[in-house]
Design a protein around this ligand. Structure first.
Ligand SMILES: Nc1ncnc2c1ncn2[C@@H]1O[C@H](COP(=O)(O)OP(=O)(O)OP(=O)(O)O)[C@@H](O)[C@H]1O
Ligand code: SF4
Ligand SMILES: [Mg+2]
Length: 357
């Protein structure tokens, strides 16, 4: 349809105005089959249900934070959104166009970029910094001269003086500097959506704060939208407009960051937040709020997947899968306790527990 990558003018970028979805994710699934071992026929069908029917929207100009324990499917979701991993089923709709129908993979890949945790992983150790940044645009048809000029501009924009850094190799940079290069590299194709998967997690705290501030500035200047994955709930709260919580390959809660952190609806979110180290010594809990490891994603629990660890679980929770629904305006949850006529008996909960529901 539109073979030449089009640079969107700033006024068409994604900040300001009513928030519309930039990316709609519909019922995305990715199961990793286990290698065949032994003779069991059943064994051949076993799979890690890494992402198991995930639906959500990323709104134009927002930062959507993603949290959840290790192994819940955050990175697999990110890789599916980047189409680095092919989904088993499900659909992506970017700015109103379905991927594979109205929108080509090539154009989608230009508009959606990712910055990984490991600052080395996306940089070729044998390429200079300027060549690494210029590589993407040249593949997309920009002349080498123009791509290099863009690389120098971007280096300056991410706080690395081009005269000093352009000709260096990745191993000559610190982790924070390399992550700045990766950000410049992601920006080189003028994307609209950037997926940040633990992108600042490996950095020292002071460097992390600097890179977070840089990301905030770039978001404003370039009209970007972020999906921000992190295990650090404090950072997620600081950067996110809305937050999505995953548990065992499913989305269990999505809401405005402030509402979700102040008044979580899902018992898992509540437990995650209680596990955050508190700065107030009186609020520190002795007991680990989330006991045990998450269940095996090969054979998740029946009904609500969280019922084996949930402080509010009732027998119905093992039988019936909760429906993900908007329980409060702009605040969606998958929990029978918040679902009308689900068979969950709210009278059995102590009064102080329901007071805020
Ligand atoms: N290529 C793969 N092959 C088989 N299993 C995989 C593969 N990639 C991920 N998994 C499994 O899928 C599940 C989800 O993994 P994923 O990396 O998405 O979790 P995560 O939420 O990003 O965890 P972390 O917080 O540790 O980064 C895990 O059980 C993981 O072992
Ligand atoms: S459905 Fe039941 S087990 Fe699941 S989170 Fe809600 S109360 Fe807990
Ligand atoms: Mg991960």
């Amino acid at each position: 349809m539109n073979p030449t990558p089009q640079v969107l003018p700033k006024d068409r970028r994604d900040l300001g105005g009513p928030r519309q979805p930039l990316l709609i994710v519909r019922d995305l699934k990715k199961h990793f089959p286990l290698k065949k071992t032994g003779f069991g026929l059943r064994r051949e069908r076993l799979a890690v249900r890494a992402v198991d029917g995930v639906s959500f929207e990323i709104l134009k100009g927002e930062t959507l934070g993603v949290v959840g324990e290790s192994g819940c499917g955050k990175s697999t979701t990110a890789r599916l959104l980047m189409q680095l991993t092919a989904q088993d089923s499900g659909e992506l709709v970017f700015d109103g166009q379905a991927l594979g129908a109205g929108l080509s993979l090539r154009e989608y890949r230009r508009q959606t970029q990712m910055v990984f945790q490991d600052s080395y992983s996306s940089l070729n150790p044998r390429m200079t910094i300027e060549d690494s940044i210029a590589f993407g645009p040249t593949v997309h048809g920009v002349s080498r001269r123009e791509a290099l000029a863009r690389a120098h501009d971007l280096l300056a924009r991410v706080g690395l003086e081009p005269a000093r850094f352009a000709g260096r190799y990745p191993h000559e940079l610190s982790g924070g500097q390399r992550q700045r290069v990766n950000i410049a590299r992601a920006l080189a194709l003028e994307p609209r959506l950037i997926i940040l998967d633990e992108s600042v997690s490996a950095l020292d705290k002071s460097v992390e704060a600097q890179v977070l501030n840089l990301l905030q500035d770039l978001k404003q200047d370039f009209g970007l939208t972020y999906l921000f994955i992190s295990h650090d709930l404090g950072v997620v709260r600081y950067v996110s407009d809305r937050v999505l919580v995953m548990y065992l390959g499913e989305v269990v809660e999505v809401g405005e960051a402030e509402a979700l952190f102040e008044r979580p609806l899902h018992p898992y979110t509540e437990a995650l937040l209680r596990s955050m180290p508190s700065t107030d010594p009186l609020k520190r809990t002795e007991q680990a709020p989330l006991a045990g490891d998450p269940p095996n994603p090969i054979d998740p629990p029946s009904g609500c997947r969280f019922h084996t660890r949930c402080a509010y679980a009732q027998p119905v929770c093992a039988e019936r899968a909760p429906r993900f629904h908007e329980a409060l305006p702009g605040h969606a949850v998958a929990c029978l306790r918040h679902e009308p006529e689900s068979g969950y008996d709210r009278r059995l909960i102590p009064v102080q527990e329901v007071a805020h529901v």
